[in-house]
Design a binder for this molecule. Structure first.
Ligand code: MLT
Length: 408
């Protein structure tokens, strides 16, 4: 009989969002007339920017000609897209990142999990708590943890609690760790990190030979020009950080799929016999074997994000969702909730009413006012007592959801 990966058996219940979808489906089946408003999973709702659609249409027509047809593309992404990313997202912000260090992919969720393929066993791994569950679950699946504890935390991982009490900024680990996951603007809390704060993480990583896995999927939502959009805006990051970026949330590519990961050539780890091995080469090897690239059509659509029209349309899209976030923050504050985030991120993080827990509040919202959110405890033990609302929905739905929640 085939052996299974026993690590999967350590995982708690389902992945958070399918679990929410399951509960919502059961509710809808029993209440077919309920007009649900979904502010749970951070999935975009507005149409793809016109510039991206036009570029994709041209690319489809290219594919209909012998000269313009594209079969397998480079596994790392087409150079015209990698060059635009390097120029606009990095060099324009003073970061020393070149096109060759950018690997185009089909998503940050996949990349932030797949990166474990090139990292060895026995690394001490730190995550914040609450945290985007993919970082934890992918480590469980890879066998980097022990079993789940009663609290839902896993043996072997180092948890760095974040809460209103520490302004959602984790303290540096007290022990030596080898890998640190950071996400800014933060999913789920919406917190941001200044250059000074990031510099502390970089100093820690460098003095402990640690690797930072930096998820910047929500950087487009930053409103304050003094906040870093990339970890490479801070000196020293090229020697200790990998960055994940995505077109999902800024340009609405959650369905079309396009993202990228930056692996500076100056990054290394330790291999057999204590030899330094560069991570770029390992990732390049991994992608060449296990990935066939993002489709030509989609990469042309992503390239259009950097055209003058595309960048304007993306800015408008981001502004639209941020206006939703503003409405959520102000309406909930008026209704007496303590709210956090929502200023530089499409997520609003709130405290659930006294005497309730996160799933209790989820059930209340679902059954009493038919609004779907995400319970904070789904993001980790320290997320208990909090709740996440996403700003990704139509204006009318966000306003209606706020009316309903305020009426509770
Ligand atoms: C979320 O809701 O946290 C996001 O949709 C997760 C993701 O982008 O995978």
């Amino acid at each position: 009989m085939v052996q299974v990966n026993d690590n999967y058996l350590k995982l708690k219940a389902g992945y958070l969002f399918p679990e929410i979808a399951r509960r919502v489906k059961a509710f809808s089946a029993n209440n077919p007339d309920a007009q649900l408003i979904r502010l749970g999973i951070g999935d975009v709702t507005e149409p793809l920017p016109k510039a991206c659609r036009e570029a994709m249409k041209v690319a489809i027509d290219d594919m209909g000609t012998v000269e313009g047809f594209h079969g397998y593309g480079p596994e790392q992404g087409y150079s015209w897209l990698r060059e635009k990313i390097a120029k606009h997202d990095y060099q324009a912000r003073g970061c020393e990142i070149v096109a060759d260090e950018i690997f185009v992919s089909d998503g940050s969720k996949c990349d932030s999990s797949n990166i474990l393929d090139i990292l060895g066993f026995g690394n001490r791994i730190a995550v914040t708590d609450p945290v985007y569950p993919v970082y934890v679950d992918s480590n469980v699946m890879a066998g980097n943890t022990g079993p789940a504890q009663k609290s839902g935390r896993y043996d072997g991982l180092i948890y760095l609690p974040i809460s209103a009490e520490n302004n959602f900024q984790a303290s540096l680990p007290e022990e030596k760790v080898d890998i640190i996951y950071l996400c800014f603007p933060n999913n789920p809390t919406g917190a941001v990190c200044s250059k000074e704060e990031l510099a502390k993480w970089i100093a820690y990583a460098k003095s402990n030979d640690a690797l930072i896995l930096f998820d910047a999927a929500y950087e487009a939502f930053i409103q304050d020009e003094n906040l870093p959009h990339s970890i490479y805006e801070v000196e020293g990051a090229r020697e200790c950080a990998i960055e994940f970026r995505s077109f999902s949330k800024n340009a609405g590519f959650t369905g079309t799929r396009c993202a990228f990961t930056v692996i500076p050539k100056s990054l290394s780890g330790i291999g057999i016999g204590g030899k330094y091995v560069d991570l770029w080469s390992l990732w390049n090897r991994r992608q060449s074997t296990k990935f066939n690239g993002v489709s030509y059509i989609i990469q042309r659509g992503a390239e259009a994000v950097y055209s003058p029209e595309g960048s304007l349309q993306v800015k408008e899209l981001v502004a639209f969702y941020m206006q939703n976030a503003n409405i959520i923050c102000s309406e909930l504050s008026n209704a007496g909730f303590s709210v956090f985030g929502g200023k530089h991120a499409p997520y609003v993080w709130l405290r659930v009413p006294d005497g309730m827990d996160s799933w209790g509040f989820f059930d209340d919202l679902l059954t009493k006012v038919n609004v779907v959110g995400t319970p904070g405890s789904g993001f980790g033990f320290s997320g208990e007592g909090y709740f996440r609302l996403s700003a990704f929905n139509s204006r009318a739905n966000v306003e209606e959801a706020m009316r309903r929640i305020s009426s509770l």
